[in-house]
Design a protein. Sequence first.
Length: 395
Amino acid sequence: MTVESTAARKPRRSAGTKSAASKRTGAAAKKPPGAEVELIQLLTPEGERVKDATYDPYVADITPEELRGLYRDMVLSRRFDAEATALQRQGELGLWASMLGQEAAQIGSGRATRDDDYVFPTYREHGVAWCRGVDPTNLLGMFRGVNNGGWDPKSNNFHLYTIVIGSQTLHATGYAMGVSKDGADSAVIAYFGDGASSQGDVAESFTFSAVYNAPVVFFCQNNQWAISEPTEKQTRVPLYQRAQGYGFPGVRVDGNDVLACLAVTKWALERARSGEGPTLVEAYTYRMGAHTTSDDPSKYRADEEREAWEAKDPILRLRAYLEASNHADEGFFAELEAESEALGRRVREVVRAMPDPDHFAIFENVYADGHALVDEERAQFAAYQASFADEGEGK
């Protein structure tokens, strides 16, 4: 276990008398309560195994085969993510939200879930979807504009992606309350980011889950940038400490350590299933790429910051441990590279073969019994579409 400091920066002082506003700024910049935080870690950035009395039992029986499986999950989900980014750049997708750098948080937590648990993602949980058995090519339909999700949430207990920031935490809380009333021993996990932690929906979710002791785990991937806003612009204390105010535990885990993420999430899910209520897990990680492909992170963060986090790469960390422990050889890595190439080819082929959607499907199911205004809009759209054919004939 390691300890890090999140003390706020000292405020700049101008010459002359301080104004009331500057005094408030100075007070806010003082070291906040609980600034010394525990970061749960089982693998160092160098790939060395460290012990933790609380969380070691949750990975004590992990086998070399399972470790290789975690590594495979991270490598293939990263390859999928890279292919999706490339496809967007080639005009095959409208947008893409990359998970680059967050593989350990997603794979570790995703592999901690049981089949009967229910997962509520945002729009970046491609690694979690992989763990839940969702075909990765199904994730791309929405970003290509050919469907509204592409998979049946009931098939894998994995909800459709949620674009509205933070709203899925309310859905997860309500679902968890229902699970509790049904007497089931399953749990619910809701994913969101550090930016979403400032949303009112998330605060309401914390309140309801605590009051009703709902079996839900709130898994916050703190990648430290809510698009262009750093975390310190949103909170004076580490995010996991917010749980204290709602009456349930919070824990910060090294989000680039797949073993620690696996162990901590298993612990939190077991608490939920045993009737101990909600937990907030803050996976402290880093978004190595852009927020989405419409974003340019060089406009708001330094290259030195990104380079420092690249040295903590979750995939390189686990590979170092596998090699040092003789749990994987060059043959394994070579086979995985070939599998990765095959996945990339399949993703490209499937996306480019996706049929165009029915242009008029958008008008369906707007009202149960139809509506005159929708009929009018459909007719206008039909005329608009027909105009392109008319132009072609005119040429």
